[in-house]
Design a binder for this molecule. Structure first.
Ligand code: DP6
Length: 381
């Protein structure tokens, strides 16, 4: 419920996660969070995965506070404070006296991810996008889309892309440094995405620290920035605009592989993928070979979970194969979100060469499509 009184106001919004198909890895400015290269991402629908944030601003509050996933978090975290002070600055410069007044009020934030962050699914992108978007509703700054993207960036680089739905590019050299949509979610409605949650017990190095280490030590990252990523971004943009799945898939897999090669080239090295991730990569290539065309693509962020892309026409067949290889629970529990129709995959599994050792290596899978940006879910919003 949106509760408005002259001295306090609150609002609840949700924001999506996004998955990069051209990765952001490395900053030219760590404090401002300016990336070394452009990146491109797909915003995933909020049917299953999202961050939900309720923000309250009030004259009654004596300090800023934040509760994350039911735990009191430190409200003086640098990134949280950066986001907050920047949005207050924007509000203070408004031509509306009421917004200027509200910029002085303290805020209370309660934020919750509805997906298990312990499973290593990206949460900072949706988290900071939701924080900034929700505060913008309270300060009536919704129309400042570009500034909001820059503000979310100060929380976590990839968050600046979650302010938009569809297919999004983050520009490393724009002023201010922001993301902008390439195409709306409806542009390529056949695209589907499986997020495969891989069992993982080891704790990886976080993205922020990992990329800082890569910038200092990886010659391959230098090569990527100088000679690879600029052209790849242009090719990816074309593939998306033309809905050319084969090109999109090739570039997505190549870019994920280069990112993980950079991780290995980092000193000491960063191991984000595990043996299950590698088995998923091998299965995708074998599957594409069997289909005599590129039908499925994979990408991996700073963790072992796989994100797999395909078009709707391939979903039922690939999903059943994937379940046969990696699932140890029934089909309808293995897939969350919109469950694909099971098909008999005996022949495909025979062709691909069954591997019993992989069973149970993927805990479950979330089925998604490309979706919209953050939204206000207050009934009055
Ligand atoms: C591998 O945005 O989490 O997911 O800016 O330091 O908060 P910070 O890093 P973060 O890094 C994301 C890295 C990635 C690739 C991507 O999303 O582009």
């Amino acid at each position: 419920m949106s509760t408005d009184s002259p001295r306090s106001k609150s609002c609840t919004c949700i924001a999506p996660i996004n998955i990069a198909v051209i990765k952001y890895w490395g900053k030219s400015d760590e404090d401002q969070i300016i990336p070394l290269n452009d990146s491109i991402s797909l915003t995933l629908d909020t049917d299953y995965m999202y961050t939900k944030t309720t923000a309250t601003i009030s004259t009654e509050l004596t300090k800023d506070s934040i509760v994350l996933n039911n735990e009191e978090a430190s409200g003086d975290g640098v990134r949280f404070q950066n986001c907050l002070s920047e949005i207050r600055k924007l509000a203070a410069s408004s031509k509306h006296a009421s917004t200027v007044e509200k910029s002085k009020w303290k805020v209370a934030i309660v934020s919750q991810n509805n997906f298990p962050t312990k499973a290593g699914l990206a949460s900072s992108a949706s988290g900071y996008a939701c924080l900034v978007f929700t505060l913008a509703q309270l300060f009536e700054l919704e129309s400042h889309k570009s500034e909001l993207s820059a503000l979310a960036r100060r929380g976590s680089g990839s968050a600046c892309r979650s302010l938009f739905g569809g297919f999004v590019q983050w520009f490393h050299d724009s002023q201010p440094c922001v993301a902008r949509p390439i195409a709306e979610a409806e542009h390529w409605p056949q695209l589907r995405c499986l997020v495969a949650v891989v069992s993982n017990s080891s704790k990886a190095v976080g993205s922020t620290e990992g990329m800082s280490r890569s910038v200092k030590t990886s010659k391959l990252l230098e090569h990527r920035i100088k000679h690879v990523v600029r052209d790849r971004v242009e090719e990816m943009k074309m593939a998306i605009l033309q809905k050319d799945f084969v090109k999109f898939a090739e570039l997505t897999m190549q870019d994920s592989n280069q990112f993980h090669a950079i991780c290995l080239d980092t000193y000491p090295p960063l191991f984000y993928m595990n043996s299950t991730s590698q088995a998923i990569i091998q299965l995708v290539h074998r599957y594409n070979e069997m289909r005599q065309n590129i039908k499925v693509a994979y990408t991996f962020d700073a963790g072992p979970n796989a994100v797999l892309f395909m078009e709707e026409a391939e979903l039922n067949r690939f999903a059943s194969v994937f379940h046969s290889f990696f699932g140890s629970i029934p089909h309808e529990s293995f897939f969350r979100g919109k469950v694909p129709n099971p098909v008999d995959s005996t022949k495909d599994v025979e062709t691909l060469g069954p591997d019993k050792a992989l069973k149970g290596q993927v805990q479950y899978t979330i089925v998604c499509h490309v979706g919209q940006g953050p939204k206000n879910i207050d009934p009055t919003g």
